[in-house]
Design a protein. Structure first.
Ligand code: AMP
Length: 417
């Protein structure tokens, strides 16, 4: 293990996810998840990983007698906000005498607006800009800022770096990011397509190019990041040319609980027919739609697949709507890349669901995409590789994403480690 560790933090309004990453090897040493923050039931769970560079003789002291991969939970009832969670993390590090090895902190930040096309060291000016971006991400950016302030107060001597979900998409051409609404809305409010999951696409694109034996600068890729939130991105020559999420993460694909694309008249329709106000419609489209809304069962793809196998009509329909929409979007992204060298699956569903991959590629034979069912079944649970028929182009790939590692890499670079 090197003596330079990076803490990666991802804060939600009531949660904090953390990972302690070795700057040299990229290995995760410790991860944590604080939940129910801001309530008296708040707690934080620490999970230890085996570390290849920790000598067996040192392991007992490293893991404090716990088995590798063990979890343990600490109540945050005394100080149950984000600062309390970061303090508990520092206490945990101190127990292992690791506190002095942490050299920098990387923060996942959802929205950087048009200001940031790359990661930045967090300064007072950056914080002011993130505050300006709050109207673009009213749920996420305040939580990210809370995490940054908590880190600054508990680790006052460390460099903090912001890594934005939106930054990778700043290379989109104007015709891809402009909505067909009065131009004034863009000038006044920055109303345009931004796109998200940029850190994941940025990690996956070169890894996919490597599998193809090419440079990412010479590749046309359509990448489908399919998790509870999902989006596709057209990556040409290493740059984002278009993506399915928009001014918010609601646009585009059918997701766990989000509707994705929908007739813009939905709001007036539901106001007039169901008496719903803007807040209720927003809630419905973000939290009650997608796989959950169609299936009336679950937002979880694995549960949906199992129920569909057992004949659950809602689950079957949810899977069909999701994969058909996904295929339509993949085909449309091939316009942005002007043909494709490979379709790449990533994210919890993309990495693990042979069913979703097979159904989706089944619609895309006209683009020359094929699937080798044996390779498709075998390439799951962390495996990477080609799942299209041998020698056929475009290729279809699976590449596990690693957003935390990408954040740690940017943080190490910007902190001069
Ligand atoms: P993420 O948000 O990237 O963690 O992905 C979460 C989604 O991945 C959930 O919908 C899970 O049900 C789905 N997922 C994870 N493992 C599998 C699997 N083996 N088969 C199908 N879906 C899976």
């Amino acid at each position: 293990m090197s003596d330079k560790l990076i803490l990666v933090l991802n804060c939600g309004s009531s949660s904090l996810k953390g990972a302690l990453i070795d700057n040299h090897s990229g290995e995760v040493i410790l991860s944590c998840l604080a939940e129910k923050l801001t309530t008296p039931d708040a707690y934080i769970t620490f999970k230890y990983f085996e570390h290849p560079n920790v000598k067996p003789a040192d392991r007992a002291s490293w893991f404090n007698g716990r088995a590798d991969g063990d979890k343990h939970e600490v109540s945050l009832s005394g100080n149950h906000d984000h600062t309390g969670a970061v303090q508990a993390l520092l206490d945990e590090l101190t127990t292992h005498n690791l506190q002095n090895l942490v050299k920098a902190i990387g923060h996942r930040v959802v929205h950087g607006g048009e200001k940031y096309s790359g990661s930045v060291v967090i300064t007072d000016d950056v914080i002011a800009t993130l505050e300006e971006c709050i109207p673009l991400a009213p749920l996420h950016n305040p939580a990210n800022l809370t995490g940054i302030r908590a880190a600054q107060s508990i680790f006052p001597e460390l460099t903090n770096v912001g890594v934005f979900d939106t930054a990778f998409h700043q290379t989109m051409p104007e015709h891809a990011y402009t909505y067909a609404v009065p131009r004034e809305l863009y000038r006044k409010y920055g109303f345009r397509r931004y796109g998200f999951h940029g850190t994941s696409f940025r990690y996956v694109a070169p890894a996919a190019a490597q599998i193809l034996g090419k440079n990412v600068e010479d590749c046309a890729l359509v990448i489908a990041h399919l998790g509870n939130g999902a989006s596709v991105c057209a990556v040409k020559n290493g740059e984002s040319k278009d993506t399915s999420m928009g001014v918010t993460p609601l646009e585009g694909l059918v997701m766990g609980t989000r509707s994705g694309d929908i007739d813009p008249s939905t709001c007036s329709f539901l106001a007039e027919n169901a008496g719903m106000d803007v807040k209720a419609v927003t809630d419905l489209l973000n939290k009650k739609s997608g796989l959950l809304g169609i299936s009336e069962l679950s937002n979880d793809c694995r549960t949906i697949q199992e129920a569909a196998d057992e004949g659950h009509a809602g689950a079957k329909l949810a899977l069909e709507v999701m994969t058909y929409r996904l295929a339509k979007y993949i085909a449309s992204m091939a316009v942005a890349t002007d043909g494709i060298d490979a379709l790449v699956f990533t994210g919890g569903i993309g990495e693990n669901s042979n069913v979703v991959r097979s159904k989706t590629v089944g619609y895309l034979g006209f683009l020359g995409l094929t699937i080798d069912e044996k390779a498709n079944d075998a390439t799951r649970f962390g495996a990477a590789g080609i799942i299209s028929e041998a020698g056929k182009t475009p290729a279809v790939l699976v590449v596990p994403t690693n957003e935390e590692r990408m954040i740690a890499m940017d943080t190490g670079r910007l902190a001069g480690l």
